[in-house]
Design a protein around this ligand. Sequence first.
Ligand code: ATP
Ligand code: MG
Ligand code: MG
Length: 304
Amino acid sequence: MKIAILSLGPQLYSTQRLKEAGEQRGHQVDVINTLHCYMDITSNNPQVRYDGEALPKYDAVIPRIGSEITFYGTSVVRQFEMMDTFALNSSIAISRSRDKLRSLQLLSKKGIGLPRTGFACHPDKIGDVIKNVGGAPVVIKLLEGTQGIGVVLGETQNAAESIIEAFMGLNANILVQEFIKEACGADIRCFVVGGKVVAAMKRQAPEGEFRSNLHRGGSAEVVKLSKAERETAIQSAKAMGLNVAGVDILRSNRGPVVMEVNSSPGLEGIEGATGIDVAAAIIEFIESHTSKQKFSKIGCRIQG
Ligand SMILES: Nc1ncnc2c1ncn2[C@@H]1O[C@H](COP(=O)(O)OP(=O)(O)OP(=O)(O)O)[C@@H](O)[C@H]1O
Ligand SMILES: [Mg+2]
Ligand SMILES: [Mg+2]
């Protein structure tokens, strides 16, 4: 198979591991800089161009799209989709998962456990939004933050109101969320590939911090998931339409609640903590998916 990894750096851990795992399994794997791709949008012959030439036809593309390039990155993935290349995560699923509010709305419809969450655009509504999620302390989040940046704890009613007012004054979209205190600064990252949880880790925030992100100094260890947690992770990835997802769960008094579903989850933390070859699991999924696709095409031809 010919596989392309869309990434901003061939030296990044996740990119390297996916390339290695693909090559070990006998595939040709090219790392393509997403921002160097440009598009030829033509009737019947859509192409992705790179350094003055059209890229060859790939069987599959692995999008590693950072939140700083969501718009351009998903446009490039969409162009590959137009060329009938299998995108490991589709452009629409990536866009969907990038927006925390949109994700939570979709998950709520599927009955998946969530921290109670509110969203408003007018300062008039702040009081009721805070009350509705259970009162202070509340977590206030930028809709498109990542690595814990833009996630703030409003410890008292007054502090929460001032923080929300400040964000609103800057025209930033934020959501207000019930603070799951009993999670004690820990969250569970479930790595889902093709409808299965292939690895899971618990991340613990350092002393005095409630955000467990590894980028914020959190530490990771292997964790055994309950049946409910496993099921929640699988259903969340499915609701978002993601084949590969990093589902972040908090252990609340009422069971697992999902904070967010990441569409380009990093491999370094999870492989380091669990020793599981997550990259190989991803390549295996691509193999099984593309062979099924080929099989169904042949089937159609025979029937036709
Ligand atoms: N409602 C909540 N209750 C308790 N802790 C929370 C809550 N929301 C977030 N946290 C903590 O803050 C961290 C960062 O929040 P979140 O994952 O929503 O932000 P992020 O910036 O999108 O991070 P990521 O890099 O995982 O995309 C979480 O990992 C968790 O430890
Ligand atoms: Mg996130
Ligand atoms: Mg997170």
